[in-house]
Design a protein around this ligand. Structure first.
Ligand code: GDP
Length: 433
C-alpha cells in the first residue's frame, strides 16, 4: 500500500488531521497484552484506495534543537512516503519553521500537497493565499477540528499515488525481518542474500524495487521486504523506538510471513514483545528467529530453556515456530526458506467445510459446549470464510454463550487436525438466522 506522511512544524494540527483521516476505526482483533497502540502509524482507506498514514510529528528523535527535529521529521517523510502532506496553519500564517520544512521538501522527488489547517470558517479562506509563497502550488484549506475540506484533500492524495506496481501473477513469497535495533536484522539479510541468487528487476526506479530484494531458493521465489531501509543507518534510523516500530509495521503490512528476530545474547526485552505483537495483530504468518546463537555458551538445556522463555513471554504466539540461528556462523540459515514457505502455505490453507465440521462435531462430543443460566451453546456448523490468516465463521444459537476458553479449545482441535503452524487462526461466532 502507498504511504502518506503528514509533516509540519509543531502545533499545526498534525495529530488532529491524522486522527480524522484514520477515523474511529477500532481494531477487530482482540487487544494483545503488552501492546500499546501507537498512534503515529495507521491504515486508512478512501474511495477504495488503501494506504498507510504516518504522523511524523509523533516521532521524537531525541533532545534535539527545535529546528533540527523538524528537519529530521521532514527528511523521514521524504524517505518513507509516496505522498507527503505538508501541513501549515491559517491561524499563525507563514512561519520561519514552515519555511525550514519547505526547503527540505523541495528536495523530495515525491508529490507534496500543501494543506492549510484551522480554516474553521469561510472568512479565514482569505488567509490561505499567503501560503502560495511556500512554492507548493495551490493550498488546500481544511479544518481538523471541524472536519472540513478533508474529502477534497483525500481526493488529491489518492490522485497522486504511484501506479500500482503489484504484479497480480506474482507468486513469490513476501517476507520481512523485524526486531529492535541490533538484534542482527541487517546481518541476517546479508547472510541470506549471500547464499542465494538475487534477481535484479528490469523495472527500473519503482519504489517497490528500491526497498525489496527478490531471490530464488531452488524453484521458489522470495521477496525480502524493505531490505534497503534496514541497511540504512543513522541517528533517526537507529535508537528511536517509535521509528523502528513504524518501520516494522510497514514491513509487516507488505509481507505474507514475518520473521521476528530476537537476540540470544541479550535475551527478551519489552520492545521485542511490542514488535511481535504488531505482527500477531496484523494476522501474518510468524516465525521467531533467535539470532546470535553462536554467542551463547551452551549446555544441554540452553535451547529448551530459551524456548521456554519465549513461550512464556510470547504466549499469544504459541503457533509460531522458533529457529535458533547465527548470521555469523550461518548456523541453520539454510533451513529458513523452507520454513518460510511452509508457514506461508499454512497461512493460505483452505479447509473444506465437511472436514472442518467433522472436527467441530468430534470436539463437541468429547467436550460439551458451555451453558449459562440453563441455556446451552449450540454449535450448528462452521465454514472457512477467508485465508491469510485462515478465518472461520462458526454458526451458533447465541454468540454470547461462547466462552473464551471454549473458543480456544475449538481452535486447538482445528490446529490438531490441520497444519496451521506459524499462522494465527481466527474464529468468529455468528448467530444462525
Ligand atoms: P540490526 O540493527 O538488527 O540490523 O543489527 P545488525 O545486523 O546491524 O547487527 C548488530 C550487531 O550484531 C553487529 O555488530 C553484528 O555484527 C552483530 N551480529 C549480527 N548477527 C550476529 C550473530 O549471529 N552472531 C554474532 N556474534 N554477532 C552478530
Amino acid at each position: 500500500n502507498p504511504t502518506v506522511a503528514i509533516v509540519g512544524r509543531p502545533n499545526v494540527g498534525k495529530s488532529t488531521i491524522f486522527n480524522r483521516i484514520a477515523g474511529e476505526r477500532i481494531s477487530i482483533v482482540e487487544d494483545t497484552p503488552g501492546v500499546t497502540r501507537d498512534r503515529i502509524y495507521t491504515h486508512s482507506e478512501w474511495l477504495g484506495h488503501n494506504f498507510n498514514l504516518i504522523d511524523t510529528g509523533g516521532i521524537q528523535i531525541g533532545d534535539e534543537p527545535f529546528l533540527e527535529e523538524i528537519r529530521d521529521q521532514a527528511e523521514l517523510a521524504i524517505d518513507e512516503a509516496d505522498v507527503i502532506v505538508f501541513l501549515v496553519s491559517a491561524r499563525e500564517g507563514v512561519s520561519d519553521a514552515d519555511e525550514v520544512v519547505a526547503k527540505i521538501l523541495y528536495k523530495a522527488d515525491k508529490p507534496v500537497i500543501l494543506a492549510v489547517n484551522k480554516v474553521d470558517n469561510p472568512e479565514l479562506r482569505q488567509d490561505i493565499y499567503d501560503f502560495y509563497s511556500l512554492g507548493f502550488g495551490e493550498p488546500f484549506p481544511i479544518s481538523g477540528s471541524h472536519g472540513l475540506g478533508l474529502g477534497d484533500l483525500l481526493d488529491e492524495i489518492i490522485s497522486k499515488f504511484p501506479e500500482d506496481q503489484a504484479n497480480e501473477e506474482d507468486d513469490a513469497i513476501r517476507f520481512s525481518l523485524i526486531g529492535r535495533p541490533n538484534v542482527g536484522k541487517s546481518s541476517l539479510v546479508n547472510a541470506i542474500l549471500g547464499e542465494h541468487r538475487v534477481i535484479v528487476s528490469d523495472i527500473a526506479g519503482t519504489t517497490r524495487d528500491a526497498i525489496d530484494t527478490r531471490f530464488t531458493d531452488g524453484d521458489d521465489e522470495f521477496v525480502m521486504v524493505d531490505t534497503a531501509g534496514m541497511r540504512k543507518k543513522g541517528k533517526i534510523y537507529e535508537n528511536t523506538e517509535r521509528y523502528s516500530v513504524m518501520r516494522a509495521m510497514k514491513a509487516i503490512d507488505n509481507s505474507n510471513v514475518v520473521l521476528v528476530v530476537l537476540n540470544a545474547e541479550e535475551g527478551i526485552r519489552e520492545q521485542d514483545k511490542r514488535i511481535a505483537g504488531y505482527a500477531h495483530e496484523a494476522g501474518r504468518g510468524i516465525i521467531i528467529v533467535v539470532n546470535k546463537w553462536d554467542t551463547l555458551k551452551k549446555d544441554n538445556h540452553s535451547l529448551s530453556n530459551f524456548e521456554q522463555a519465549i513461550r512464556q513471554e510470547f504466549a499469544y504466539l504459541s503457533y509460531a515456530p522458533i529457529i535458533f540461528v547465527s548470521a555469523v556462523t550461518k548456523q541453520r540459515l539454510s533451513q529458513l526458506p523452507e520454513l518460510i514457505k511452509k508457514v506461508d502455505h499454512n497461512h493460505r490453507r483452505r479447509i473444506q467445510s465437511s472436514a472442518l465440521n467433522d472436527v467441530l462435531m468430534d470436539a463437541i462430543a468429547v467436550n460439551p459446549t458451555p451453558s449459562e443460566n440453563g441455556k446451552r451453546l449450540r454449535v450448528y456448523y462452521g465454514t472457512q470464510v477467508s485465508t491469510e490468516p485462515p478465518t472461520f465463521v462458526i454458526f451458533v444459537n447465541d454468540p454470547d454463550l461462547m466462552h473464551f476458553s471454549y473458543e480456544r479449545f475449538l481452535e486447538n482441535k482445528i490446529r490438531e487436525a490441520f497444519d496451521f503452524e506459524g499462522t494465527p487462526v481466527h474464529l468468529i461466532e455468528r448467530r444462525r438466522k
